[in-house]
Design a protein around this ligand. Structure first.
Ligand code: R5P
Length: 302
């Protein structure tokens, strides 16, 4: 039996690296958008019997980019899964490094839909065998899937990168209380007694506006601010500004999924960040850390 990695349009760099790490053959896709806006995708092969009876891993992130929004990425993902099922794959494993809609995981205001859960139920209905994602905003939502699920942790590789930049006398700062536990785990990768601090953050659920407050003892410290997502950069910029006011020396703005939308780069850099570090779950210029080996290791050790 053979194993193939199908590399989706949104994960080309990462996909090729994962295939190399695992030493398996990869197949790419042909994709386009029709004039009416509909997506088209085909697995780039001429002989469908290649897939029949074989194991397939699909990798496709679902973050927005200049060339496609997350809805298009989700549709492409569904097309890939259905195509390999139809071709008779014996096992279908899906890796979605960044899961779109993950922050819409519950009802914040009457009348809403927790679409993160709906999306997972939709993926589940396509009949997959395993689902992998990375640092998903709320891991509990993975219970919507009936198959085996893994939430891959990117903290070690992100911490290794920060260390390689010479960070010392580190304090890890969580941009809100909710992320403190994750930040504590993250801090352990820098040493046993690395302190973890947090700011108070309140987001207006109607306007999305953030108010952050607090003063921490960060004098002359290298501060690593870690979040799961940087979207517009508002949360990170606020945390950087307060960290600077609290005396921080250098600031490392770290996120697993650095979407960098709108003026995120400008906001974060002008707030005082020395580095912006993301992973290649999102293929952009701040994707300084590759998840390839971390993802591949989960397959090697299984
Ligand atoms: C929120 O709960 C997330 O963990 C991030 O802090 C948030 O999504 C970042 O968004 P933005 O960059 O737009 O502030």
């Amino acid at each position: 039996m053979n194993k193939f990695l199908i590399i989706g349009p949104a994960s080309q760099m990462l996909g090729v690296k994962v295939a190399k790490e695992l030493g398996i053959n990869s197949i790419n896709t042909e994709f386009k958008t029709f004039p009416d806006g509909e997506n088209y995708l085909r697995i780039n092969l001429e002989d469908e019997s290649l897939i029949q009876g074989n194991e397939v891993i699909i990798i496709q992130s679902t973050g927005p980019s200049a060339s496609a929004n997350q809805n298009a990425r989700v549709v492409e993902l569904a097309m890939m899964i259905d195509s390999v099922k139809r071709m008779g794959a014996s096992k279908v494993t899906v890796i979605v490094p960044y899961l779109a809609y993950a922050r819409q995981d519950k009802i914040f205001r009457p009348g809403e839909c927790p679409f993160a859960k709906v999306l997972l139920r939709m993926i589940n209905s396509l009949g997959i065998d395993e689902f992998y994602t990375v640092d998903v905003h709320e891991p509990k939502i993975l219970n919507e899937l009936n198959c085996k699920t893994i939430n891959i942790d990117s903290m070690k590789v992100l911490a290794d990168h920060v260390k390689s930049l010479g960070a010392k006398d580190i304090v890890v700062v969580s941009p809100d209380k909710g992320a403190v536990e994750r930040s504590k785990t993250f801090a352990k990768f820098f040493g046993q007694n690395v302190p973890v601090e947090f700011f108070e953050k309140k987001r207006d659920v109607k306007t999305g506006e953030i108010v952050m407050s607090g003063e921490l003892g960060l004098k002359d410290k290298d501060v690593v601010i870690a979040d799961d997502i940087i979207s517009t950069g508002g949360t990170m910029a606020n945390a950087i500004k307060l960290s600077k006011e609290s005396g921080a020396k250098r600031i490392f703005a770290v996120a697993t999924h650095a979407l960098m939308l709108q003026h995120a780069k400008y906001r974060i850099l002008t707030a005082g960040a020395d580095y912006i570090i993301g992973t290649d779950s999102i293929d952009n210029e701040v994707a300084l850390v590759s998840l390839a080996k971390t993802i591949a290791d989960y397959f090697r050790f299984e």
